[in-house]
Design a protein around this ligand. Structure first.
Ligand code: 5GP
Length: 347
């Protein structure tokens, strides 16, 4: 590893946008394939390698393949513990994982046992002493409509009360070209009223401006991607103003957007627009397994593309602490951790 790569690896980091099944590494996929050889799944079907690009539709097909491999409590436990350990090994000190609870009739998996298993994985890693604080966001897949969204909110509310602070919020994700967010507003509002934090994927594709405008009235606590919010790419100033007025942080995933072809190149990524405004912009991975990346690499790419010094990059990772969903006391602990590491890492 060259000196620069060492810096990004040692940089303490906060990961706020990581979909569990998109984060499964090559090694874990190998283990899953050997558990289920009859599925005839090859590794090329679960990841998008260096230099490769896919349409957004094709990316969503990849998740369907991974879901076939991860369909028991045992699989989920292995996947979640592996993912947490990998983030920790990459220097991530605080992680918010998100995942869509799934029911699998054939294996007896229920949405409730799905969430319980992720929580068990988080607790197991804690007991093992893995150096990372992990929280969970229950995800709503927009494809599944109003009723399922409401059920998911109820499930998240139950776990918010019973998980000892591990379930902190709700994510809205899934294929952005399917369904309309306006039908999900009652469920999202209910979640917000009960104290769940909201991270919503907004304007990942150009046609969603009206939906984003509506959902911003909630307002959400963070925005996933927000690729087409700003006027330079067909968004609008009034939508940008809503984001600025409410100071809603953006979760930005460079490689995911380049490989999924929603942005044309790293240098044209909307990180530049929001960062130049001084708006809270958090570098994240999205799906480190599918897009073959890790958070150190994403920080490295952002720094080299936008000419950020080590000091500016440190500040970026430090500011991400302000955007986490865990309570103020956790933010304080993390700030202390950053302080303790600063003189060694930021030489
Ligand atoms: P899971 O929720 O099964 O742990 O993770 C995979 C799921 O996350 C996908 O099926 C999809 O609903 C969601 N997801 C992962 N990456 C993206 C993304 O870039 N955009 C959107 N809208 N959803 C995503």
């Amino acid at each position: 590893m060259d000196d620069d790569a060492v810096f990004y690896q040692e940089l303490p980091k906060v990961e706020l946008h990581a979909h569990l099944n998109g984060s499964v590494s090559f090694q874990t996929i190998e283990k899953l394939i050997s558990r289920k050889p009859h599925l005839n799944i090859e590794h090329s079907m679960t990841a998008i390698g260096k230099g490769q690009r896919r349409t957004l539709d094709e990316c969503f097909e990849v998740f369907k393949v991974i879901h076939k491999l991860v369909d028991t409590e045992e699989d989920i436990l292995m996947v979640a513990t592996d993912v947490i350990r990998e983030f920790a090994a990459d220097g991530v000190k605080y992680l918010e994982l998100r995942s869509t609870p799934r029911e699998e009739k054939d294996t007896g998996l229920t949405k409730r046992s799905y969430v319980e298993t992720v929580i068990k994985a988080i607790q197991q890693c804690k007991e093992e002493g893995v150096d990372i604080d992990v929280r969970f966001l229950v995800a709503i897949d927009r494809r599944n409509g109003t009723e399922v969204a409401m059920e998911t909110v109820k499930l998240a509310e139950d776990f918010m009360l019973s998980s000892d602070g591990l379930v902190v919020g709700l994510d809205l994700s899934g294929d952005p070209t399917v369904g309309h967010g306006k039908y999900l507003i009652p469920a999202l509002q209910k979640a917000k009223n009960s104290g769940l934090k909201l991270s919503l994927h907004l304007s990942e594709v150009p046609s969603q401006l009206e939906e984003s405008d509506l959902l911003l009235n909630l307002p959400p606590d963070r925005i996933g991607h927000g690729t087409f919010l700003h006027p330079e790419v067909g968004g609008s100033q009034s939508v940008v103003d809503k984001v600025l007025k409410n100071n809603i942080p953006l979760e930005l995933c460079l490689t995911s957007n380049v490989k999924g072809q929603t942005v044309p190149s790293y240098s044209k990524h909307h990180f530049k627009y929001w960062y130049q405004l001084g708006h809270p912009s958090v570098i994240c991975t999205d799906d480190k397994g599918v897009f073959c990346t890790d958070l150190s690499q994403e920080y490295h790419l952002a720094a080299s593309t936008f000419s950020l010094s080590h000091k500016a990059t440190w500040k970026l990772s430090h500011q991400a602490i302000d955007c986490i969903f865990a309570p103020e006391a956790v933010k304080e602990q993390l700030r202390q951790k950053w302080n303790d590491l600063e003189s060694r890492v930021l030489k």
